[in-house]
Design a protein around this ligand. Sequence first.
Ligand code: NAP
Length: 346
Amino acid sequence: MSSKPTVFVSGASGYIALHVVNELLSAGYKVIGSTRSDKKAAEVEKKFGNNPNLKTVIVPDIAEPGAFDHAFEEYGSEIKVVLHVASPFFFDTTEYEKDLLLPAVNGTKSILESVKKYAPQTVENVVVTSSLAAIVSPKRMAEPNALVTEKDWNDTTWEGAGADPVTAYCASKKFAEEAAWKFLEENKSIVKFRLITVNPGYVFGPQLSSDSVGDVLNTSCELINSIVHSKPGSEIQPISGPYIDVRDVAKAHLLAFEKEETFGKRLMLVEGAFSLQQVADIINEEFPQLKGNVATGEPGTGEELLNKSARYDPSKTKAILGFKLRNLKETVYDTVDQILKVEGRA
Ligand code: NAP
């Protein structure tokens, strides 16, 4: 029996990427993961019990020209699949172009340039972890009559991205994904790969291992963590949007290159829509030790916010994926349960 091919995963130390690496190793793939430092590489390797099928390479900054060259020069001849997951996802900056837009766009171009240079005929599939943010702008997310499908594009301009950090992050994902499709169009006579993008909504669900649970979690899970650590009577932010569980996102990254129906497509990874009020309701209902000790907002009103926001139609992607996605209660429950176990409050 022939062994499974080697998959390159950028940003392997991140929240989603660790789940992706876990799925890949469990399915028998060999993995080469990039991290920013030796320290992070050692942490990642340790999480997988120093599995011989996992190698790491150091890419300190994806925004640097030629950032991935050394990795593809060394391993390009064996890499069949590239999963480009790394991209800045944080809001605590005022330098949107430097910290969000340029690393997202240049990182995407950079990894594709390295494929072109060192593995144009070896790499068969490239999956770019894009986002629902590339499909829809924050403004349109708040439009009650908007129906969002994978055909849509966030219409924020480069200049408009300077409005606030959330708008800037969303635009960084739009411009990065655009750059990937453009690269393939301009280089299709040179490279062999098919391009697929996965476009998840807000990703929730447990960290791959509990040693990643600190005071502050990754940007999306921090929305849940902040309610777990909120004070009774404090406000629940009027946030709503599409959601998906991280374990389903990881599975979808594999199907994205394993199933031919996905080639050339954008996979809109959305189970449904959520509001933070619904998350607070689940937390208060499911965890007696938190009930009344954390923010409650206005219980039962979460649906109303959804009626005032955009709707999402991920039916085409769901049909391609062909597996049942975890619902809001399960993803929120598992996120909170892990936090409480780590804090000795479960
Ligand atoms: P995360 O934990 O912050 O992961 C991001 C990864 O990218 C980290 O490994 C980070 O390394 C790396 N990275 C960022 N900027 C870099 C740079 N300039 N040079 C080198 N490495 C860099 O966040 P995540 O939620 O897993 O996000 C992973 C991907 O999914 C991103 O592309 C994000 O846009 C996308 N996404 C996330 C969500 C969500 O709700 N979580 C939804 C849709 C799409 P360090 O940690 O070492 O900085």
